[in-house]
Each structure stands twice: as structure tokens, then as C-alpha cells.
Design a protein around this ligand. Structure first.
Ligand code: ADP
Length: 409
């Protein structure tokens, strides 16, 4: 395939993270972020490969204006990386929720765009800014291919026994209540990286991928497919996270409604924003700070680290059992990639699964950190890069398909 330039857009409610990548190796040529979209003054941060990061104030009343600034800066003759925006061959959009409609990334046409809009009910906070980003991008770059990459798509391979909750079946049929799982692009990307490193097809591997960042999830990847994952109907389920509670007894919120008259919004805030590390430590959600304070003797900070690691360990055990074996555990995300001490706590006592860490390699964040039968990897993920990788994959597939069709004619 001809070399391509791909712009990746990751649109949040008041921000757009972006990256420009060049195929064939997904080399990142620039990245940046527009923040405080909609405020009187917005900020634009930009970094060209191997250059200093710089920041300036801009006006961006909406995502369209923000994208306008991004494109102008990318093609700025002095500081940009493109001669003009027509160099952009494809735009990859992060879309949080694809519901049951998308089991893989999709080139955006009218029907696909409508389906993404139909998923708003499932992710009322996340999908609308993604949609605004797509709309702005179609307007500014009608010449480029537009590809939607879904956080949920990789997990659509789960079987009903994994994705259903033991609730009235009608809730699934009427309200689409089921496990969807998130971070799919990252789980898939790092699993593919491992397959390349060990030169073994994904179809021959049983992997557990631990994406440990501020948001965190674990996925069982069996024969290249997600067979179970810790996040659920929303990203609230599963691991202990920066500010999210993860698994709890669902009767607890009901109890708090009864005894404290808490509203849905208050509970939502507490479970999503005031729990996890933040809740246990009384206000800290950054692992680096928590590790420092635990080191200085804070029992609550130490407890938070132990609760976090124990929960990950519990999922590793569960998923090894679900897959009936384990070839490798993969750590990724800000915590997974950088904290040797958390990886050590998680892996301690797992020698019965063939897991033992090489302590020096673990402390040095090396790629392969195990000494025993089950391999343990540290693989950096990067949402934008994973999306660029997906875009290339989708367009390559499309080209092969077109070529076949041409040969057939
Ligand atoms: P998200 O993308 O979900 O917001 P990240 O993947 O960036 O989160 O991870 C953020 C977490 O990673 C924070 O808790 C942060 O403290 C932790 N982290 C980042 N760098 C390090 C490091 N060098 N050592 C330990 N933890 C780190």
C-alpha cells in the first residue's frame, strides 16, 4: 500500500486529542490537544516529533472551531507538519460506544454515521462529542477517508454467557443491558504486538491483557478474540480505578438510597468520581503520589495499592480458569507500563500459573519480564497510535477487497 498520512481525533466533551501518523509504521509525526473547548479562552498544545512542546491560547467555541485551529497549525509553513491539509489521506475517529452494531472498525458513510448516532442512548456523555468530531471532520476534510474505531468493538466476540447479566432477560432485549467492555482498541493492539514479538499467531495464544491506567480493565484474549472483560455495561465495573469503584455489591447503592436518600446523580458522582483510589485514600487518584505516600507510612495509601493489585490478581486467576490455560500476561497503560512495584504485587503468588517476574527486568520496565513458563510483557499502548493502526488495517482490507472485485470482473 502507498504511504499514507492519518489524522487521529479523540474528541471528549471539551477537548480534542489529535495525532498525525504516517504509514507504513504508524510513525507519529505530531500530536497535541485542544482543551477547554466552549470556554472563553481555550488552549492549544502541540508537539512535533523530536521537538519541544508549545502551548498557546486560542478561541474554540465548539469542536468545529477547534478542528479548524488544529488543521491550520498542522499546515502552518513554519511550525506545521503538512504542506496542506489535502495530504491527509484518512481520519481515524475514536468512538466510545458501538453497541451491538459494530464488531469492528468501520468506514463512515451515511448508514454508519446514523448507527453511531443510534448508540447515543448507551453512552450519552461520550458519543455526542465523538459525533461532533466526525461532523466537523466531514465538513473540513470531505476528501479524506473517515474511519470510526470503537472502544467496544473488540469485545463483541464475547459469548452470551460472558456478556449477559443474570437480570430479567427482557432488560437485555428492551434496554440493551449487557456487558459491552471498553478499552478494546488498546487490548487488541497490545495483544497484536505480543503476537509479533513472540512470532506466534494470535490464534495460538491465550493472553490476559491488563490495561492499567486511570481507567483500568482486564481482558481474556483467547485465540485473538476477547472472551471476557472486566468493564461492563459502562466503564464502572471491574477493577479498582483512579476514581471509580469497580465491582461492588449492587445492593450498596440501593442501601444508600434508602438510608441517605441519595439521588441517581449523587450516586453516579460518588461511584464514578469519588471512589477507587480517590475514595480509599481520601483524595489521591494518581498512583505515583499514592506510592510515595504509602512509602512514607500512610496505611490508607498502602491499603489502596493492595486492594488494586488484589483485584487485578483475582481477574487474572478467573480468566486463566475461563480460558483453561495461559500463555502470557500483558501489562499496559500508565500504571501497567511504569509501576514495577504494582506488577510485582499483582504477580506475587501466581507461580502456580507459571508466572514469576525477573526482578531487575521488571524494575527496568523491559518488554519481557518473566522467568518461567508463562510470559509476562510490558507493552506501551497509545490510544491514538492504536487507532492509526486500526485505520491502516481497515483501509488495507478494503483495498484487498476492491482488488479482488476488480480481478473478478
Ligand atoms: P488514562 O489514560 O486512563 O487517563 P493513563 O494510562 O495515562 O491513564 O495512566 C495514568 C496513571 O498512570 C496514573 O495513576 C499515574 O500515576 C500512573 N503513572 C504514570 N506514570 C507513572 C510512573 N512513572 N510510575 C507509576 N505510575 C505512573
Amino acid at each position: 500500500m502507498e504511504p499514507m498520512k492519518i489524522l487521529v481525533l479523540n474528541c471528549g466533551s471539551s477537548s480534542i486529542k489529535f495525532g498525525v501518523f504516517q504509514s507504513p509504521n504508524e510513525k507519529r509525526v505530531a500530536q497535541g490537544i485542544v482543551e477547554e473547548i466552549g470556554a472563553n479562552v481555550s488552549s492549544f498544545t502541540f508537539q512535533k516529533r523530536d521537538a519541544e512542546t508549545w502551548k498557546k491560547e486560542i478561541t474554540a467555541k465548539d469542536h468545529g472551531q477547534a478542528l479548524d485551529v488544529i488543521l491550520k497549525e498542522l499546515s502552518n509553513p513554519k511550525s506545521g507538519v503538512l504542506q496542506d491539509i489535502f495530504e491527509i489521506d484518512a481520519v481515524g475517529h475514536r468512538v466510545v460506544h458501538g453497541g451491538e452494531m459494530f464488531s469492528k472498525s468501520a468506514c463512515i458513510n451515511e448508514a454508519v454515521f446514523q448507527k453511531i448516532k443510534d448508540c447515543v442512548d448507551l453512552a450519552p456523555l461520550h458519543n455526542p462529542p465523538n459525533i461532533q468530531g466526525i461532523q466537523a471532520s466531514l465538513w473540513h476534510m470531505p476528501f479524506a477517508r473517515q474511519v470510526a474505531v470503537f472502544d467496544t468493538a473488540f469485545h463483541q466476540s464475547m459469548e452470551p454467557q460472558a456478556f449477559l447479566y443474570a437480570l430479567p432477560y427482557a432488560w437485555y432485549e428492551k434496554f440493551k443491558i449487557r456487558r459491552y467492555g471498553f478499552h478494546g482498541t488498546s487490548h487488541q493492539y497490545v495483544a497484536q504486538r505480543v503476537s509479533k514479538i513472540v512470532r506466534t499467531p494470535l490464534e495460538d495464544l491465550k493472553l490476559i491483557v491488563c490495561h492499567l491506567g486511570n481507567g483500568a480493565s482486564v481482558t481474556a484474549v483467547d485465540h485473538g478474540k476477547s472472551v471476557d472483560t472486566s468493564m461492563g455495561f459502562t466503564p464502572l465495573e471491574g477493577l479498582v480505578m483512579g476514581t471509580r469503584c469497580g465491582d461492588i455489591d449492587p445492593a450498596i447503592p440501593l442501601h444508600m438510597i434508602r438510608i441517605q436518600n441519595m439521588s441517581a446523580n449523587q450516586l453516579d458522582q460518588t461511584l464514578n468520581k469519588k471512589s477507587g483510589f480517590y475514595g480509599i485514600t481520601g483524595g489521591d487518584n494518581d498512583l505515583r503520589i499514592i506510592e510515595q505516600k504509602a512509602e512514607m507510612g500512610s496505611e490508607k495509601h498502602q491499603l489502596a495499592l493492595e486492594m488494586f493489585s488484589r483485584r487485578v490478581k483475582k481477574y487474572i486467576g478467573a480468566y486463566a480458569a475461563i480460558m483453561g490455560g495461559l500463555d502470557g500476561v500483558v501489562f499496559t497503560g500508565g500504571i501497567g507500563e511504569n509501576s514495577g512495584s504494582i506488577r510485582k504485587m499483582i504477580c506475587e503468588g501466581l507461580d502456580f500459573l507459571g508466572i514469576e517476574l525477573h526482578s531487575d527486568f521488571n524494575n527496568e520496565n523491559r518488554t519481557c519480564i518473566s522467568t518461567k513458563r508463562t510470559a509476562v510483557f510490558v507493552i506501551p499502548t497509545d490510544e491514538e497510535m492504536a487507532i492509526a493502526h486500526e485505520v491502516i488495517h481497515v483501509l488495507e482490507k478494503e483495498m484487498q477487497f476492491n482488488q479482488k472485485a476488480e480481478n473478478f470482473q
